[in-house]
Write a protein that binds this ligand. Structure first.
Ligand SMILES: [Zn+2]
Ligand SMILES: [Zn+2]
Length: 345
């Protein structure tokens, strides 16, 4: 039996505290699922909404933040045939009712630009709540044996880091640099190692480099020692075929360009709110290619989630209760956390 009300985190505007309130449980529309949230992660991108005086999302307030979660289906609406109550699922937060006909929708990957589309945690209530209504087309069932109470980090951090590494199109045995071994990068190290790539992990924090070694990195390098990348390049047969940057440090980006081999790929996954230092001369003479990685569309989720489960990729998490969300946000702002901070319901 679904109750009438639920606990949800509510955000009213920049500078105002997040509150945990009793609110009505939303009703599914056609094609929707009512989901009981089991695990929800806090992502750095949540700060674009809750710690941003110039947030473009302010017109959608108040709302429930959060965009990375897994849960169990409680109810399905008319027209839903792929899911039933009791199914454990993961959600792609970027899609709620795109029209399916406009230009962004027909250019599949850009459907989140559709005028009717809403994104959980940004333009529609998100996942730091006991229940949520989601578009069934944005969900997948978890693979048999994947723990719904722990799998939230795969649905933003995991999808992004998988697509960053996979999108480089490298072959087993090629060198890849994972620059920044935090919430995204520690998953990137695992994905790259499990794809058979030789992983060079770069970070300025020695404890994170140790984590990278434990997760399968062949080589670890303190970013502070890369002012002259000659030794690094010697160790990696002339430089890495791709460097995936998972931090928002501009310095990390300039380092990443320096350690690429000829024809290498700079994959942007960490998002500084500033230009990245790329010199056109390097792009031209060294044939460096710059690309970006993102979460991906709902039909791209299966490959990433199946790979994660099959190869035993494990997110490092620190668990909290919903009432502790304000504390989690403070920790994130100060950088005082390891791995992914999640709410377990
Ligand atoms: Zn995210
Ligand atoms: Zn559309």
């Amino acid at each position: 039996m679904v109750p009438e009300t639920m606990k949800a985190a509510r955000f009213y505007g920049y500078g105002k505290p997040i509150t945990i309130e009793d609110v009505p449980i939303p009703k599914p529309q056609k094609g929707d699922l009512l989901v009981k949230i089991r695990n929800a992660g806090l992502c750095h991108s949540d700060l674009m909404v809750i710690d941003n005086p110039e947030s473009p999302y302010a017109i959608f307030l108040p709302l429930t933040p959060g965009h990375e979660a897994t849960g169990t289906v409680q109810d399905v609406s008319e027209g839903v045939t792929d899911f039933k109550p009791g199914d454990d699922i993961g959600m792609n937060f970027q899609y709620y009712h795109p029209c399916g006909e406009c230009k962004p929708c027909t250019r599949k990957i850009m459907a989140r630009g559709c005028p009717t589309n809403r994104m959980h945690g940004f333009t529609r209530d998100g996942f730091f709540a006991e229940y949520v209504v989601v578009d069934s087309k944005s969900c997948i069932k978890l693979p048999e044996g994947m723990d719904v109470a722990k799998a939230a980090p795969f649905f933003c951090a995991g999808l992004t880091s998988f697509h960053a590494v996979d999108g480089c199109g490298l072959k087993p045995g090629d060198w890849i640099a994972i620059v920044g071994v935090g919430g995204l990068g520690h998953l990137g190290v695992q994905y790259a190692a499990k794809m058979g790539l030789k992983v060079a992990a770069v970070d300025v924090d020695e404890s994170r480099l140790k984590v990278a070694r434990d997760l399968g990195a062949t080589l670890t390098w303190n970013g502070k020692d890369l002012a002259d990348p000659a030794d690094f390049k010697k160790e990696t047969d002339g430089g890495v075929a791709a460097a995936c940057v998972f931090t928002d440090s501009q310095l990390a980006y300039s380092t990443a360009v320096q350690i690429l081999d000829l024809g290498g790929i700079l994959m942007c996954a960490g998002l500084p709110d500033a230009p990245i230092p790329v010199v056109p001369l390097q792009l031209a003479l060294r044939q460096v290619r710059v690309r970006g990685a993102w979460l991906g569309s709902p039909d791209e989720m299966d490959k990433a989630i199946s790979f994660s489960h099959k190869h035993g990729v494990v997110p490092h998490t620190e668990s909290f209760t919903l009432n502790q969300l304000p504390e989690m946000i403070e920790k994130m702002k100060k950088g005082q956390f390891e791995g992914r901070m999640v709410v377990r319901f």
